[in-house]
Design a protein around this ligand. Structure first.
Ligand SMILES: C[S@@+](CC[C@H](N)C(=O)[O-])C[C@H]1O[C@@H](n2cnc3c(N)ncnc32)[C@H](O)[C@@H]1O
Length: 454
């Protein structure tokens, strides 16, 4: 296969967010020529990080022709190396795909999320721009998510295959990012297609996958390192406490800050042991301390897991209120808050983080409480867990703004693809071209680089 040179390594990214995934491409030597993102603040962030890229800040449906013509102009006769598409995942749901299909065959109209159709303009760009590689990242439930295509209800991954089958070959892989040294359990579906005939021939002959070999594992698999833990990822951050403004902010790092918890929430959180949910907290009344109150749990109702509604909130021995999430009604009565067993749950030091989402700063969200301190994770910690801190990230600020846009940062972090995975994948695909199939790469990065540009 022909060796890739710097000039060959070009990319277009679609649904680019703040350009976080593209940081990984850049580190692997791939230049993102053009990005597309609908949310203006995110597009601004992408521009700030990639001043030499063209960022088209509009709905992909409205600018598809512009993306095509600009990409052709920017390529200036070169072949496009990669299209990276990371469409929104909020509408993806495999729930009831089978039932939906059978109802549809009976003539019933399905309720489909229009966001899932966004794969179609991406496919049309692949058809026209003919990149060597097409990579899609999404949640694993994309595997069974249905969309309307040519008047029929179809699985997205079947549509992708059918759309590309003339020229491309590829596969969708379930990937656990923790297996690549990312200190976070984050499962995603990575779909990789290539049109390069030599790669296709190599693929058939070698029987290999297009995925890089995982470097880490949850158990002691030979030749793999153990998963990177939260302790290794964030154990060095100065302590914070969500009780007051003074203790919730690190004066040395404006991004190492957490929201304050009100008195009741703080009480639930401070009594939650590592790896447990506050919904199972035990009695803290002086002189009682009963430890065998019924724990929170789930039961199956109509085939669906539902959290228990009758978990006690008063100690079964002394009758005191337990530090469990509860609400106070207008008449002053207290009742159990509804919540899953993963809600108000503390993470464990010696495991990777739980999956970061846009809600990572809400204590009530899934498994989001710091392993030993009474608070959620800070933005700085989330940047480390998502491996963004290993790259140079620019956060643009409007001239009138006085504060760093923490909300924007929280959203782009929660929605991003860890740049380290993108870098590992891009390096691997380049290696395939260069016939340089080393199995054990180590892609090391130093320090946390962070700029605020006013
Ligand atoms: C999962 S995020 C992608 C994050 C990105 N890969 C990163 O690493 O930062 C999906 C992005 O698609 C954008 N988006 C949603 N609908 C869009 C549309 N119609 N046109 C363009 N972008 C869209 C969202 O605003 C969101 O930022």
């Amino acid at each position: 296969m022909s060796r890739m040179t710097h000039d060959d390594l070009t990319a277009i990214s679609l649904f680019s967010g703040g350009g976080i995934g593209d940081l990984g491409l850049r580190q692997a030597g791939v230049e993102t020529l053009l990005m597309n993102e609908i949310v203006p603040e995110r597009a601004l962030m992408a521009s700030a990080n990639f001043p030499d890229s063209l960022v088209v800040a509009q709905d992909i449906y409205h600018v598809i022709d512009q993306i095509k013509s600009e990409a052709i102009r920017l390529l200036n006769g070169r072949e496009l190396f990669m299209i990276l598409a990371t469409p929104p995942c909020q509408g993806m749901s495999a729930n009831g795909a089978g039932k939906m299909l059978s109802n549809y065959r009976k003539g019933l109209r399905p309720r489909l999320d229009p966001r899932n159709q966004l794969i179609l303009p991406a496919l049309s760009l692949v058809k026209d721009l003919r990149p060597k590689w097409f990579v899609i990242e999404n949640v694993t439930s994309m595997r069974n998510t249905l969309i309307e295509y040519n008047g029929e209800l179809r699985r997205i991954i079947d549509v992708v295959r059918e759309f590309l089958c003339d020229e491309y070959e590829g596969e969708s892989y379930d990937v656990q990012f923790a297996d690549y040294g990312i200190p976070q359990r984050r499962k995603r579906l990575i779909t990789i297609y290539t049109r390069d005939s030599e790669v296709k021939a190599w693929l058939r002959a070698s029987g290999k996958t297009l995925l890089p070999t995982p470097s880490h594992s949850s158990n002691t698999e030979p030749n793999r390192l153990p998963w990177v833990t939260l302790r290794e990822a964030i154990g060095h951050f100065p302590p914070l406490d969500a009780r007051s403004l003074e203790t919730a902010t690190d004066p040395e790092d404006p991004l190492h800050t957490v929201p304050i918890l009100d008195e009741r929430k703080y009480w639930w959180v401070e009594h939650t042991p590592e790896g447990e949910t506050a919904f199972s907290n035990q009695c803290v009344a002086p002189g009682c301390g009963f430890h065998s109150n019924a724990r929170h749990g789930t039961s199956r109702v109509d085939g669906v897991n539902q959290s228990l509604k009758d978990t006690p909130i008063y100690c079964e021995k002394c009758g005191s209120l337990l530090p469990r999430p509860s609400t106070i009604d207008a008449d002053g009565s207290i009742r159990l808050m509804s919540g899953y067993t993963s809600s108000y749950k503390r993470m464990r030091w010696d495991e990777p983080s739980s999956t970061l989402t846009q809600n990572f700063m809400y204590a009530c969200s899934d498994n989001k409480i710091h392993p030993s301190e009474n608070r959620v994770l800070s933005i700085s910690e989330a940047l480390s867990i998502q491996t963004i801190s290993e790259y140079h990230l620019v956060v643009p600020m409007k001239p009138s703004a006085k504060k760093i846009p923490l909300g924007l940062l929280k959203d782009v972090i929660g929605e991003s693809i860890p740049p380290r995975f993108v870098e590992i994948l891009a390096r691997h695909l380049i290696d395939i071209h260069n016939q340089d199939m080393k199995q054990n790469h180590s892609y090391l990065h130093q320090g946390s680089l962070f700029d605020v540009v006013v």
